[in-house]
Design a protein around this ligand. Structure first.
Ligand SMILES: [Cu+2]
Length: 172
């Protein structure tokens, strides 16, 4: 499970080849805590999205948000943030906000130590549905039982089952 999650999180570049044969020797091979995973923030024509849109990690994982193209932020839904009217992260979890990254390849790393479900959005593209979900350990907290106000994200159960849900997979 963790192997697949890692491969999908790093993107399609080398993933297929690695799946086919070479074991690569990544630190996640034995199922122990992974080093970290990446979520790309993408502009593609008129589409703006996080990829993967749904990601499952173990507590203690650092997630790196990578500005693949365009200008984006990864901003947790928490009520005290001026851009959010709702809280959709677990109590005690990081109220992360990368700020808007404008340079291609710019990254911000967010460590996730607190279990639960985290919904987040992109400040410039929230109104056009650039929303993502990260489940840390077991799903839980105020995000469970409903979907974000700005668009649907994958159900936590399917995120946990597959480890990672790519944007293309979710959109069909
Ligand atoms: Cu965006």
């Amino acid at each position: 499970m963790q192997r697949r999650q890692y491969l999908e999180a790093v993107g399609g570049l080398a993933g297929i080849g690695m799946l086919a044969g070479c074991s690569g020797g990544g630190p996640e091979d034995d199922g122990s805590n992974e080093e970290g995973v990446t979520v790309d923030m993408v502009t593609e024509g008129q589409e703006y999205y996080f990829d993967p849109i749904g990601l499952h990690v173990e507590p203690g994982t650092t997630v790196t948000f990578n500005n693949d193209s365009g200008s984006h932020s990864a901003t947790a839904y928490y009520e005290s943030h001026e851009e959010s009217d709702v809280t959709r992260i677990p109590e005690g979890g990081p109220q992360f906000d990368t700020g808007v990254l404008t340079q291609e390849g710019a990254t911000e790393a967010v460590p996730f130590d607190t279990e639960g479900t985290y919904d987040y959005f992109c400040i410039p593209h929230k109104t056009v549905g650039m929303i993502g979900r990260i489940v840390v350990g077991d799903p839980g907290g105020p995000a469970e039982g409903s979907m974000p106000p700005d668009r649907d994200v994958p159900e936590s159960g399917s995120i946990v089952d597959s480890g990672s849900v790519s944007y293309g997979e979710f959109e069909g």
